[in-house]
Design a protein around this ligand. Structure first.
Ligand code: SF4
Ligand code: SF4
Length: 390
């Protein structure tokens, strides 16, 4: 080994250590912003930004893609930077990107770079279709939550896009190969994939990633839509199925599958316990054209005309935040989980510590999945699964 090789190797190691230190600083900054909110300000620390009205999928459980003609209202790159500056100055340290599909934006790499450089922990919810193509430009994305609703190409039917299953598997493989982004699956359970919970948990386990489950509930549209305009009435879970949904998740959790939900959150859903929702104090939902909406999709504020500080000091924000505490409407496990974390429940914090390994999956863990539908069926047939219908 030459002197030059040794010095190049040690400078690479040094810069890797520097990057890791900077990363931990950002994570602690995000944690600190949560504590500040909890103890002091009671205002959101996560900017949840729907980055575009556009989407390249046509999911059967969603009508958002019908907003595509409104893509011209999406914020321009510089305007997103400005939004990030405003959020940072208001004490936020988490940037949650979703859409529509955030990866259809041409400037997604620049925005992710800017957010991370500014000091945000960067998180993206994506349908995964463009991950393989854009993975290399996402070196500053910390976490990717990738939607996948089935364990073979029936996923293409649910997501309304041919080739989705393969794209997602190859995209996850690519992110793991690059090794900069932690990956987890997000599976939305509806009447279309009711039989898929166990196989999906198995698939996540085989891929070496965590998994979080959502459910579609029939009437969970907060009155924004009607049976003519929402698919939920047809594919949502009725109350009996919802109860089974939580029961199955609890079973899977106890069996050691890599679910991101903690056991106490699932147990409390099974026992139908009431809880205090802190969602408005954690997340600020901003639309692609910079409007603030509440968690029930009611309009809240025009960020083009006023500041975040003015909004957080308003009576409207305070009363929204207060009324949320007793709402109890959400069927989503993540919202209850976030609220328990914000409430600093010891059992929740203990549960999160125990499962951090599912989220902080190591890049060197190889992804051994063959993405062809036939291979997927064969492999899952050998696993600990119940019989499957598709
Ligand atoms: S990918 Fe997301 S936004 Fe697009 S259609 Fe599916 S659920 Fe809706
Ligand atoms: S429980 Fe109610 S207040 Fe909390 S996020 Fe859900 S709908 Fe909003």
């Amino acid at each position: 080994m030459t002197v030059e090789t040794v010095s190049t190797g040690s400078s690479t190691l040094y810069s890797e250590m520097e990057n890791k230190t900077a990363d931990w600083k950002r994570y602690f900054g995000a944690l600190n912003s949560m504590f500040r909110s909890r103890m002091l300000t009671h205002t959101p620390f996560f900017l949840a930004h729907a980055m575009t009205f556009g989407c390249n999928s046509r999911c059967k459980t969603c009508t958002y893609w019908r907003n595509i003609p409104r893509m011209k209202e999406d914020l321009k790159t510089e305007e997103v930077y400005q939004l990030l500056d405003e959020a940072y100055d208001a004490g936020m340290r988490g940037y949650y990107m979703f859409g529509g599909e955030p990866l259809i934006r041409q400037d997604i790499d620049k925005i992710t770079d800017y957010a991370k450089k500014k000091g945000f922990v960067t998180v993206m919810n994506t349908n995964g279709s463009l991950l393989e193509k854009k993975g290399k430009s996402l070196k500053n994305l910390d976490f990717a939550f990738v939607s996948l609703d089935y364990y073979n190409d029936y996923d293409d039917v649910i997501r309304g896009r041919s080739g989705t299953f393969s794209e997602v598997i190859r995209g996850i493989y690519e992110l793991k190969r690059i090794g900069k982004t932690k990956v987890a699956l997000v599976t939305t359970i509806s009447a279309m994939n009711w039989n898929a919970m166990r196989p999906m948990a198995q698939l996540a386990s085989d891929l070496g990633v965590g998994i979080s489950f959502n459910s579609v509930e029939q009437s969970m549209d907060f009155g924004q839509t009607s049976s003519e305009t929402t698919p939920n009435f047809d594919v949502g879970l009725d109350p009996a199925k919802l109860k089974d949904f939580y029961g199955t998740l609890l079973e899977l959790k106890k069996e050691g599958y890599p679910l991101l939900e903690t056991e106490n959150v699932l147990q409390d859903f099974v026992e139908n316990k009431s809880w205090t929702c802190h969602f408005p104090k954690m997340f600020l939902y901003v639309t692609p054209n910079k409007q603030v909406y509440n968690c029930d999709y009611s309009y809240a504020y025009d960020l083009k005309k006023g500041t975040l500080d003015q909004f957080f000091k308003s009576e409207a924000f305070r009363s929204y935040s207060k009324s949320a505490e007793t709402c109890n409407k959400c069927v989503r496990t993540c919202v209850r989980g976030y609220s328990y974390t914000y409430g600093l429940f010891p059992r929740q914090l203990w549960g999160l510590a125990g499962q951090a390994r599912y989220l902080f999956n190591q890049p060197e863990e190889s992804c051994s999945i063959d993405d062809s539908p036939g291979a997927s069926r064969k492999r899952l047939g050998r696993s600990r699964n119940q019989p499957m219908q598709h």
